[in-house]
Design a protein around this ligand. Structure first.
Ligand SMILES: [Fe+2]
Length: 485
């Protein structure tokens, strides 16, 4: 009993309309456009016993990593469980994954989706959910290998193939295989120029390789494909601004901030992660961001105690520290401490291991206690991947550590950290300028001048931008210095 979906994966529903709508929702979710939850609502109206519909709606909600989605996801999975008698093994696998997530065990959730994928590697939602959760867990090799395993059952005729290629491209990039990451990302974009996740995969490769001009050309050349009616546009604007930031083009960064990054409605959403991260980077570089912190902190404040995912907490703390909101910062720290003592599970561990030290470090930096910032960040710099996010996003941690070391007068440390950084991102003018400051601090004016000249030459195009790290890293998890973690 039950119809199979368009990839031949069985479901327990007899409603073709529900399955057709499910495909629309999946396409919207993977394209990061439209309102896939609303489409599933419609499918469930058409078929109230559509078990997979409840599962997928729950998964969409959980994957936002916003606490507000949790009770709704819990209700969905209860509906699905009430129909378990009619569910097939694939659907029961999804239910088990959602239950594991709701119990706070993200690793177990991934195991459950992987079990589904062993039997049904063409289950696009299981691929998507596991991929995203690997990302939240900072598990780059697993993220890469999971896609490799699933792709054994996919080919160009399988609906959704391009999306899987895009996910694979991003996974390869995060695992350090920049060459193949770019290849797969470009392949997916060729199949579908509006595949924003694949566009994003290539953008990440260019960020990691310090190909700022390539990145700007890549993003601006296909702006119409990602900047209009797309839920990912803010993050893609952030990536575009990152290239300009490295080139010291702060006017352009502010222009993008105002028109691309800072445009979400009142109230917090994940879009504010990018805003906080960009303002913090500008602050580190000594660029005045004027009243922008207050506006952002106003958005974060109502959810100061809603700790649910340590990676988001770090960005909330940036806003509070940047705006000087001591009360909100204290509330956030208290909430994270309670979470660790009262709750178990994946996020409690992430929060304990890296979330809390990071939040304290950001606060110390904003209070000009740079020595404490260094002390807090040094022990966790190689562990920060455990709370997810991309290498490019977590690079803000390395930049904060370097700037704190410089401001604390710890020039030997700053110089050493910058040596690591130039080794993996030789074409970053921002990095060479920082190197100049470290060498100045050490009293080595000739080499400081050399470093500044290198930055100026890069900006003037005197040195061709030929990245040094174009291939697979020997250990996908390890980047020298963790500076790009
Ligand atoms: Fe990204």
């Amino acid at each position: 009993m039950g119809l199979s979906d368009i990839r031949g994966v069985p479901t327990s529903t007899d409603s073709q309309k529900a399955l057709d709508l499910l495909e629309v929702a999946l396409d919207q979710a993977l394209a990061i456009r439209g309102d896939p939850v609303a489409v599933i609502d419609e499918a469930l109206e058409a078929a109230p016993d559509f078990v997979l519909g409840y599962c997928i709606r729950a998964e969409f909600r959980l994957l936002t990593t916003e606490r507000s989605g949790v009770p709704l996801a819990a209700r969905d999975v209860e509906m699905a469980e009430a129909l378990t008698g009619a569910a097939n093994d694939r659907e029961r696998g999804h239910i088990a994954a959602i239950r594991a997530w709701l119990e706070g065990d993200l690793e177990k959730a991934v195991e459950r989706w992987e079990a589904v994928l062993l039997d049904y590697p063409r289950d696009l939602m299981a691929v998507f959910a596991a991929h995203n959760t690997d990302f939240f867990l900072g598990e780059a090799p697993q993220m890469r290998d999971r896609l490799s395993r699933a792709l054994r059952a996919w080919d160009a005729d399988t609906p959704g193939y391009g999306y899987v290629l895009g996910m694979y491209g991003f996974s390869l990039e995060e695992a350090g295989d920049f060459v193949r990451g770019e290849e797969y990302g470009r392949m997916a974009v060729e199949l579908n120029p509006k595949d924003v996740y694949a566009i994003h995969a290539v953008a990440h490769v260019m960020e990691m390789q310090g190909r700022q001009e390539d990145g700007i050309a890549w993003m601006t050349g296909r702006q119409d494909d990602w900047a209009v009616d797309c839920g990912f546009s803010i993050h893609l604007w952030w990536h575009t601004a990152m290239y300009h930031l490295d080139l010291g083009q702060y006017d352009r960064v502010f222009e993008i901030y105002e028109n691309g990054i800072r445009k979400s409605a009142d109230g917090i959403s994940l879009e504010e992660l990018d805003a906080a991260s960009m303002l913090w980077r500008l602050n580190l570089l000594g660029v005045d961001v004027s009243g922008r912190w207050d506006e952002l902190a106003d958005k974060w404040e109502p959810s100061a105690e809603d700790t649910y995912y340590a990676f988001n907490d770090m960005h909330a703390m940036m806003a509070f520290a940047g705006a000087g909101r001591d009360m909100a910062a204290a509330k956030l720290l208290a909430a994270t401490a309670s979470y660790v003592t009262e709750r178990g599970g994946t996020n409690a561990q992430m929060t304990k291991d890296v979330g809390i030290p990071l939040c304290r470090a950001l606060l110390a930096f904003s209070r000009e206690d740079y020595g404490q910032t260094v002390d807090l960040l040094l022990p966790i710099r190689y562990k920060s991947n455990v709370f997810g996010g991309s290498y490019a996003q977590r690079d803000v941690i390395a930049l904060t550590l370097i700037e704190a070391a410089l401001r604390a007068g710890q020039f030997k440390l700053a110089h050493a950290l910058l040596a690591e950084r130039t080794a993996v991102k030789e074409t970053s003018p921002m990095t060479w300028k920082l190197m100049g400051r470290a060498l100045d601090g050490l009293g080595d004016k000739p080499h400081a001048d050399d470093a500044r000249t290198k930055a100026e030459d890069l900006l003037a195009g005197v040195h061709p931008i030929t990245p040094v790290n174009t291939g697979l890293r020997s250990d996908p998890v390890f980047i020298p210095g963790g500076c790009l973690l």
